[in-house]
Design a protein around this ligand. Structure first.
Ligand code: DQA
Length: 154
């Protein structure tokens, strides 16, 4: 690994550790570990380095986003249920100076009313939802393209 390689943080929120067995009709059959491996494979192809993290705690998510802003060039974020409740998470996303791509496995607009609003989206560089595990790959691709485009105008 080269220290000047683009580094991307992939941060997963509450209950995503249960993927695979958790409501597979909605979230698909991939476990989080399998999604992590898919991301690692794509990261190698894109020539970027990733850290893949999951936490069930809102405060820890905030700290990871702060850290992401300081040590990574971009963040892929599935805030899970905190998307719909947390202004603090939005504020953290707004506070960091790196692009954040929000991802949801499910199509949050085709579900309960309360899932249609994501506070985080206001601060996101882009949002991907409804593609299951593939959404993480789309998010990585989009984020790397954005980081590359930003570099060109620097
Ligand atoms: C989710 C959608 C959220 O509404 C839900 O609370 C999750 C997962 C998704 O990936 O589809 O935990 O973020």
């Amino acid at each position: 690994m080269h220290s000047n390689q683009t580094k991307i943080l992939i941060l997963n929120g509450p209950n995503l550790n249960l993927l695979g067995s958790r409501e597979p009709i909605i979230y698909g059959s991939h476990s989080l570990e399998q999604i992590k491996r898919l991301c690692e494979t794509r990261a190698t192809e894109l020539n970027v380095e990733i850290d893949f993290i999951q936490t069930n705690h809102e405060g820890e998510m905030l700290e990871h986003i702060h850290d992401g802003g300081a040590r990574f060039q971009g963040i892929v974020l599935n805030p899970a249920a905190y998307s719909h409740t947390s202004v603090a998470l939005l504020d953290a996303v707004l506070a960091v100076d790196v692009p954040v791509v929000e991802v949801h496995l499910s199509n949050i607009h085709k579900r309960e009313e309360y899932r249609k609003k994501s506070f985080v989206s206001f601060g996101a560089a882009g949002v991907i939802f409804g593609f299951g595990a593939t959404g993480y790959i789309l998010a990585l691709d989009g984020l790397v393209a954005k980081i590359g485009a930003n570099k060109m105008v620097e």
